[in-house]
Design a protein around this ligand. Structure first.
Ligand SMILES: Nc1ncnc2c1ncn2[C@@H]1O[C@H](COP(=O)(O)OP(=O)(O)O)[C@@H](O)[C@H]1O
Ligand SMILES: [Mg+2]
Length: 357
């Protein structure tokens, strides 16, 4: 199947994810290509299968699909799979690249019938482009404005029926009208350890890395529920295995390697621990606002919010409350500290049980 990839505008995140060492090509090599190669996400997979199969039977492009979830869970891979399963070409762009509505108009009017248009980070799309997208998604039409000032006219232009696949790390910041125009939203969840073991084993086979069961399990367990991280850790453990051991990845090698790379028992990395440390040690466990927390660790609030927090929440160490972020007892314990008696209560600076008595 030829997936024609035309435009790809790299934003900062993409650029920072680019290979310094050839790992980036590896990501492409490791991408699952078919729905049944895709490990995990049983719900999203089943739902998508239905959407795609029914569209296929009716001979029409499927409804627009929104994929949402933290980075590295397989949204981009899934978007490509959608196109592959449909036998369609995929055009790739991203929200931040669509600053001017004209850029989007050009892309839309170049679509062939049945194409998949993939917009990554769709929540970051600029307003004029977003408004153009409404009409395109609903009526397969764009209004092209010709001329300037009072003489300007808008000419409706038909575009080919297509399927939009949007990906977002924060579906909450999509506007209502945009969200409503997707016929299906797939919510990607963190992977279980067992699923990640499969991801690791699959990658080890593709990359020809000798690994035993325990080695795979150890890497899976410390991958923050995230296939991208599992694959990355596998490559770093492989490096260690080759340089400091006999090349085979087993539990002992995995443990030793992950210690070198600052990945702790629970898979938390340096930034995760910095966030927990700041929350617990500098802010007494919270509540504290996410931007304050971000400043304390020298990161962008969006990074803390979209990259660190989802996993810390799921690991039961951090709670998001209306008043700010709060460390749970588990967070204190993970840092080797004794939690205060009321730690992790959403309203811990409000009235306590004792106050009410
Ligand atoms: N379900 C999966 N099975 C196997 N590998 C996966 C899966 N999901 C993601 N990956 C791996 O993780 C990497 C990152 O996935 P990607 O689709 O780019 O995530 P996202 O777009 O959500 O950030 C891929 O290159 C692929 O190697
Ligand atoms: Mg992606």
């Amino acid at each position: 199947m030829d997936h024609e990839v035309t435009e790809f505008e790299a934003d900062d995140e993409t650029l920072s994810a680019l290979p310094q060492n050839g790992d980036g090509d590896v990501e492409t090599t490791l991408r699952p290509r078919k729905l049944d190669e895709f490990v995990g996400q049983p719900r999203v997979r089943e739902q998508l299968e239905l959407v795609l199969e029914s569209a296929r039977r009716r001979g029409v492009p499927p409804d627009h699909v929104l994929l949402s979830g933290p980075p590295g869970l397989g949204k981009t891979s899934m978007a490509m799979i959608v196109a592959a399963e449909l036998g369609a070409a995929i055009r790739i762009t991203s929200g931040p690249a669509l600053e001017r509505a004209g850029d989007l108009a050009a892309m839309l009017s170049n679509l062939a019938p049945g194409d998949v248009l993939f917009i990554d980070e769709i929540h970051r799309i600029a307003r004029p482009a977003e408004e153009m997208l409404y009409l395109a998604m609903e009526d397969f039409r764009v209004d092209v404005v010709v001329g300037k000032g009072p003489g300007a006219t808008s000419i409706p232009l038909e575009i080919a029926p297509f399927t939009l696949v949007g990906a977002t790390t924060r579906s909450g910041s999509l506007t209502g009208p945009l969200r409503d125009r997707f016929g299906f939203t797939g919510q990607m969840e963190f992977y279980t350890d067992a699923e990640l073991e499969l991801v690791v084993r699959r990658a080890a086979t593709i990359l020809d890395i000798p690994i035993d069961r325990d080695g795979g399990a150890e890497i899976a367990r410390r991958s923050r529920g995230t296939p991208r991280i599992a694959n990355r850790l596998l490559r770093r453990v492989r490096d260690y295995a080759e340089v400091r051991a006999d090349g085979t990845v087993n539990r002992e090698v995995a443990r030793a390697a992950l210690e070198v790379y600052d990945v702790d028992e629970l898979g938390l990395d340096r930034l995760d621990r910095a966030v927990l440390n700041a929350l617990v040690r500098s802010f007494g466990g919270g509540p504290v606002g996410v931007s304050t927390l971000a400043v304390a660790v020298g990161e962008e609030p969006t990074t803390v919010e979209e990259v660190c927090e989802p996993y810390l929440v799921r690991a039961g160490m951090l709670a998001r409350t209306p008043r700010g972020r709060v460390a749970t007892a588990g967070a204190w314990e993970h840092l080797g500290l004794v939690p205060p008696p009321d730690s992790g209560r959403p309203d811990r600076s409000g009235p306590t049980l004792f106050d009410q008595g």
